[in-house]
Design a protein around this ligand. Structure first.
Ligand SMILES: Cc1ncc(COP(=O)(O)O)c(C=O)c1O
Length: 427
């Protein structure tokens, strides 16, 4: 069956034909491409068409698709059995390896997704602080647990929803939403509500309304105010963890949160999440503490084998300088093209993450991100797809460059973008 036939069948038996909403191409139209295999920077559809990939399975594939060392680690481990529901040697090695990379982290709990990690971190924040309210930032996405589905980014933004049916209003009343990069509003919230606020969760670099970088002292000020009001500061580094170096962005920028959530890269392409933090906080988790958390398949050996092999590669043979160089080449190319033709196109880029915004300048918060021309984005996306470039199918996502991309890949991307965007100018 081709992609169209498979999607038609999928729609009849899977809600929307997808197992995660943004994959349905709702924001860009057309039929989602059904992928069959990947290698390095390339994906191949069921039709056998080759695509140059900048979606990277939404972030985990920092080493590219099917890296030899990761596949071997998974195969070696699978031969011994896929799950025991007991302690394993690999979970100890995995935990130690991650903690060695993150100076502020003394203990780690591994879960099965980023959603689980943030949900657990919020519960932990409430358990530690004995305060119930949570602050999140508009356009940040922290997975699909109830209390965090308020003014969320990613698929919710793509679908134009600020919340979700089925989430009790009592959850929403306990979640205070603050504009991203707006420390004045945050200070006001803390001044009036600080005594009730148990946790503050933030993407230290926002990736779910397109890539939006924090303003200079935004994170430092969050740290200062959380400490003053005894609120637990949670960095959601599901995207940024191990992205810019073999550590967290918190480590790189010198701001230490109380808890950090990880996911994506640390599972090497298999389902994972983790919470790390200071010993005293992490020990509040069950069974040492009274904050309950559990998981039948948590710390699954296959996941940890893939994750461990990925982290070892990132530590032993860091690809970060190369990725940054490629990413800057892409940014410079798009920026020069946009300037030359006076286009309303801007680029936000950090390490291997980038978003091309259909707006004169890169946004700094959700209100500005909403000003992007999503019709032009849809034309751009479909044009790039025709050219054989696979991108996340929404304006409000981050694209990823991996260690397996090279200069030629970036130039192919740029040449395609130039061709496609010339058409947009005339649109
Ligand atoms: C910053 C952030 N946090 C949490 C999540 C949720 O992770 P998962 O999809 O693994 O549940 C995501 C997913 O994209 C994310 O980008």
């Amino acid at each position: 069956m081709n992609s169209k036939q498979l999607f038609k069948k999928a729609i009849s038996i899977i809600p929307g034909g997808v197992n995660s909403p943004v994959r349905a191409f709702g924001a860009v139209g057309g039929t989602p491409v059904c992928m069959e295999k990947g290698k390095g920077s390339r994906l191949w559809s069921v039709e056998g068409r080759e695509y140059l990939d900048f979606c990277g399975s939404w972030g985990p594939m920092i080493l590219g698709h099917a890296p030899e060392k990761i596949i071997q680690a998974i195969e070696r481990t699978a031969k011994k059995g896929t799950s025991f529901g007991t302690n394993t040697a690999i979970e100890v090695e995995y935990a130690q390896t991650i903690l060695d990379c993150i100076p502020s982290a003394e203990k780690i709990r591994v879960v099965n997704s980023g959603t689980e990690a943030t949900m657990t971190a919020i519960r932990l924040a409430r358990g530690i602080s004995n305060k119930n309210k949570i602050v999140k930032f508009a356009g940040n996405y922290h997975g699909h647990s109830d209390g965090l589905l308020v003014e969320a980014g990613s698929g919710l933004l793509t679908e134009g929803k600020v919340s979700s049916a089925g989430v009790s209003t009592s959850f929403a009343t306990e979640t205070i939403v603050c504009p991203y990069n707006d420390i004045k509003s945050f200070s006001k919230i803390m001044a009036t509500e600080g005594k009730n606020i148990g946790g503050v969760v933030v993407e230290p670099i926002a990736g779910n309304m397109g890539l939006i970088k924090p303003k200079d002292d935004f994170l430092e000020k969050l740290r200062e105010l959380c400490s003053r009001h005894k609120a637990i500061l949670i960095f959601d580094e599901v995207i940024t963890g191990f992205r810019l170096a073999a550590t967290t962005f918190g480590t790189i920028c010198g701001v230490t949160p109380d808890l950090t959530c990880l996911g994506k890269i640390i599972g090497g392409g298999l389902p994972v999440g983790a919470i790390v933090g200071k010993r005293e906080f992490m020990e509040k988790l069950s069974p040492t503490g009274d904050v309950y958390q559990a998981g039948t398949l948590s710390g699954n050996p296959l996941v940890l084998a893939a994750g461990l092999a990925t982290i070892q590669e990132l530590v032993g043979n860091p690809p970060y300088d190369k990725i940054k160089r490629l990413s800057s080449r892409l940014k410079d190319g798009v920026t020069a093209f946009s300037k030359k033709h006076n286009l309303e196109i801007s680029v936000s880029q950090k390490g291997g993450m980038f978003t091309i915004f259909f707006r004169k300048s890169a946004p700094i918060n959700l209100d500005e991100a909403r000003e992007c021309d999503t019709n032009k984005f849809a034309i751009y996306f479909n044009g790039m797809l025709k050219e054989g470039i696979y991108l996340p199918p929404s304006q409000f996502e981050t694209n990823f460059i991996s260690a397996s991309h090279n200069e030629e890949d970036i130039d192919i991307f740029l040449e395609s973008l130039f061709r496609v965007c010339h058409k947009i100018v005339n649109y």
